[in-house]
Every structure is written in structure tokens, then in C-alpha cells.
Design a protein around this ligand. Structure first.
Ligand SMILES: [Zn+2]
Length: 122
């Protein structure tokens, strides 16, 4: 398709990587549930594109669930958004909420969201 094809690929790879982080946060929630942890704040991993990012985000479950209610939105540490792939939607002193750009990236985000598919029957 000409110029730009190779360039978009890393973005898609990154989107897939970030989807994996989201799965990890699901696992964190499930583990805490299994332990009977009733605390309202959890530590989530930063859902940015840096594989070496060590940041943990302390948010309430309601805050995280709010982000997760939109399949294309992700929680990242302040200033961890990537202007090439993310649109900043929300920002506070503890974390930022970004949305994947429309097109391939938001499609990866949508398709990788296990919640959107698995929990249609309630
Ligand atoms: Zn990060």
C-alpha cells in the first residue's frame, strides 16, 4: 500500500501488547477477589506502551471499572500517554485515561476486550 504501512505496524503491535496489560489487570482483580480483599483501592499496572514501565497505579475499583466501561480506553500513569497512538481523555493527579485512536488501534482494543465478548449474558 506504499508509504506508511511499516510505520503503522509498531502501533498495532503496541496495541496488542497493551491489551495484554489489560488482561493482567483483570487477573489482579480476580486474584484480589479470590483472596476476599475488600479494600476499595487496588494497584493496577500502567497500560502504556513501554514494556519496561514499572509504574503501578493506585485507583479505586470504581475508577478502574469506569475506564474499562469503554473498550478503547486505557489507564496510564501521568505523562505516559503516547500522542501518536492515544487521545488524552481524562487526567488527575494519580493517573490519566487515554483512548486509542480510531481505526486499527481502536479495533485491536475492541477485539481484545474479553469483557465485551464474554459477559454478554448476565
Ligand atoms: Zn507506563
Amino acid at each position: 500500500m506504499g508509504v506508511g504501512t511499516a510505520e503503522t505496524d509498531w502501533r498495532v503491535e503496541e496495541a496488542v501488547f497493551i491489551a495484554g496489560l489489560r488482561t493482567r489487570n483483570d487477573w489482579i482483580e480476580a486474584t484480589l477477589d479470590a483472596l476476599g480483599d475488600a479494600s476499595t483501592t487496588n494497584e493496577y499496572v500502567c497500560e502504556c506502551g513501554d514494556p519496561a514501565c514499572p509504574q503501578l497505579l493506585r485507583t479505586t475499583r470504581a475508577e478502574y471499572e469506569g475506564v474499562r466501561s469503554v473498550a478503547t480506553r486505557f489507564i496510564v500513569a501521568t505523562d505516559h500517554e503516547d500522542p501518536e497512538t492515544d487521545v488524552l481523555r481524562e487526567e488527575n493527579e494519580r493517573f490519566s485515561v487515554v483512548e486509542k485512536m480510531p481505526g486499527r488501534l481502536s479495533r485491536v482494543a475492541n477485539e481484545s476486550d474479553v469483557r465485551g465478548r464474554g459477559e454478554t449474558s448476565r
